[in-house]
Design a protein around this ligand. Structure first.
Ligand code: HEM
Length: 152
């Protein structure tokens, strides 16, 4: 049971952080040369699909992570790296929720209204926040996978 939970947990992390890496480091730079009127709909479409996956990944991370913690004696008995993972995880979840409900919403409204400059500004905010979440996510993966072997 524990093996399946940790495997599911790792899969959800791979999908979220791998997707962020692709969006920030590959797709956005590749689309940078396109005119705004073509780039924004493409990025908006890609983000809409990705954000759905992120909501599912967050639910899976929370359920599997907390079940493993519960099965191993609760947070009081959890090693430091699990506390760090959970703490940074909550910062990442909050940042993602902010992205989804603020700049992402503004971007879609502006795009639908044809105000490309506003949509571009909101997309820029999304890029910065996605970069921060990617950096945090990479740290969490290092902490979560190396922690059991004494990394921290
Ligand atoms: C509510 C938040 C979270 C809790 C309670 C939690 C809990 C846990 C626990 C108990 C483990 C097993 C540790 C061990 O094997 O000793 C684990 C492993 C791991 N977690 Fe988390 N976690 C959380 C969030 C996250 C997030 C946000 C990520 C990355 C995006 C993440 C990535 C990982 C990785 C990569 C592993 C290692 C899996 C492996 O052993 O291959 N976790 N987590």
């Amino acid at each position: 049971m524990m093996a399946y939970l940790v495997a599911l947990h790792a899969l959800a992390a791979v999908i979220w952080i791998g997707g962020l890496f692709f969006m920030v480091c590959i797709l956005r730079p590749a689309a940078a040369a396109m005119p705004l009127a073509e780039r924004l709909p493409l990025l908006s479409n890609a983000m809409g699909r990705f954000f759905l996956c992120v909501w599912i990944a967050i639910i899976v991370l929370l359920v599997t992570g907390n079940t493993v913690v519960f099965m191993t004696g609760g947070m009081a008995a959890a090693p430091v790296y699990v506390h760090v993972m959970q703490g940074l995880g909550w910062v990442m979840f909050a940042l993602f929720a902010h992205m989804f409900f603020a700049p992402w919403r503004r971007m879609r409204v502006a795009l639908a209204a044809g105000t490309l400059a506003d949509a571009g500004r909101a997309m820029n905010q999304l890029r910065v926040l996605a970069g921060v979440n990617l950096a945090l996510g990479l740290i969490v993966v290092v902490v979560g996978s190396g922690g059991r072997y004494g990394l921290i």
